[in-house]
Write a protein that binds this ligand. Structure first.
Ligand code: TRP
Length: 349
């Protein structure tokens, strides 16, 4: 478990204002609305966002609906997926009173920032982005769309419109954050006349361990190896019972040689705040069937409060929609201010 600072008051960070009253550092991060969140999201980022908010950071969460059409032709039920993301955020403990949860498609001024931003990067630079290259290689489309190629610039607009201090991301998002920082720097150089219009946000790399799915590879919805946060206890048991293990009865923690067994041990360890080696030792020669029982109990017990909250929240879809509407209004107010400033420093365009 990570330690949570005890002082509730936000403290200034390297990026916060040096003088005057301490301002709560602003955090922006987000997700594509492609389906329900799973345990990989939970231990990877969700839990950390809740902690950051509890520590006093201002939290903005972008539901990146336009990003869904980067690697597929049409977005499948985008509004429903967006509402379900809100549901998973709240179930995990995000406080909707203090967070701004919004879909970027509902914020016109944010999208308009993409035009000047596009003028600040070269086609060659866009072509070198390793995450985009990887996504193109795995795309479901036969040709690369202009949006696929340029979405890191759109993501820069997602980020810079609210001038955050920190952007919590996984490793794969670092190239996009570099693009964002480059755009901020070039914008300031070209139009700022000595002032900083866009401070360069810092990446906050989570120290979360890689969460493996039920086949021993990275947990991901598209690999069909994920345990959704919203799954009930029976479904969780079924998914874990079907997990891939091996024929060695004696349970040991060996991620390289025994990825399937290691995946279950890691999940159990994360849920119980213990080390996977310790759990392996306790199970010893009781075999994979026992390990699966232990993992199922650990996951179900750990998620019980979250799932209870989730079920309660899920009963009121109108409330989820209201939270999103309010978030969109607040994001629009922020984006309008930023766009007005951008137009002003650019001489009116
Ligand atoms: N690209 C991110 C992903 O695929 C989602 C995202 C969109 C995002 N805009 C963002 C993440 C801004 C952090 C900040 O998961």
């Amino acid at each position: 478990m990570q330690t949570v600072p005890t002082a509730p008051a936000p403290t200034a960070t390297a990026t916060a204002a040096q003088d005057g009253p301490a301002v709560a550092p602003r955090i922006l991060t987000g997700d594509r609305p492609t389906g329900p969140l799973h345990l990989g999201h939970y231990f990877g980022t969700l839990r950390n966002r809740v902690r950051l908010q509890a520590d006093g950071h201002e939290l903005l969460l972008v539901i990146a609906d336009y990003q869904v059409i980067t690697d597929r032709d049409v977005a499948d039920r985008p509004a429903e997926h967006a509402e379900n993301l809100v549901l998973d955020y709240l179930a995990a403990g995000v406080d909707p009173e203090r967070a701004v949860i919004f879909t970027h498609s509902a914020v016109p001024a944010l999208n308009q920032l993409m035009l000047p931003f596009l003028s600040l990067v070269t086609v060659a630079e866009l072509g070198r982005n390793p995450t985009v290259k990887d996504e193109i290689a795995h795309s479901r489309q036969s040709a690369v769309s202009g949006l696929m190629f340029t979405y890191p610039v759109h993501q820069a607009a997602d980020i810079l419109f609210c001038k955050p201090d920190l952007v919590p991301v996984g490793q794969d998002q670092l190239p996009h954050l570099e693009t964002t920082r480059t755009i901020a720097r070039r914008f300031n150089d070209r139009y700022g006349r000595g002032t900083t219009v866009f401070p360069e946000p810092k990446a906050l790399l989570s120290d979360a361990p890689l969460v493996l799915g039920t086949d021993g590879t990275k947990m991901s919805k598209s690999r069909g190896n994920a345990i959704p946060l919203g799954a009930d206890e029976d479904r969780t048991a079924k998914l874990i019972r079907a997990a891939v293990t091996d024929t060695d009865r004696h349970i040991t923690y060996d991620p390289d040689a025994r990825p399937g067994v290691a995946a279950l041990l890691t999940l159990t360890a994360l849920c119980q705040g213990r080390r996977p080696e310790q759990i392996a030792e306790e199970i010893g020669s009781a075999g994979a069937a026992r390990l699966k029982q232990v993992t199922t109990e650990a996951v179900n017990e750990h998620l019980r409060p979250l799932r209870a909250r989730r079920a309660e929240l899920a009963a009121d879809r109108e409330q989820l929609r209201r939270i999103l509407r309010t978030g969109n209004e607040r994001a629009n107010a922020i984006a309008d201010t930023t766009l007005a400033e951008v137009r002003s420093v650019m001489g009116g365009i």
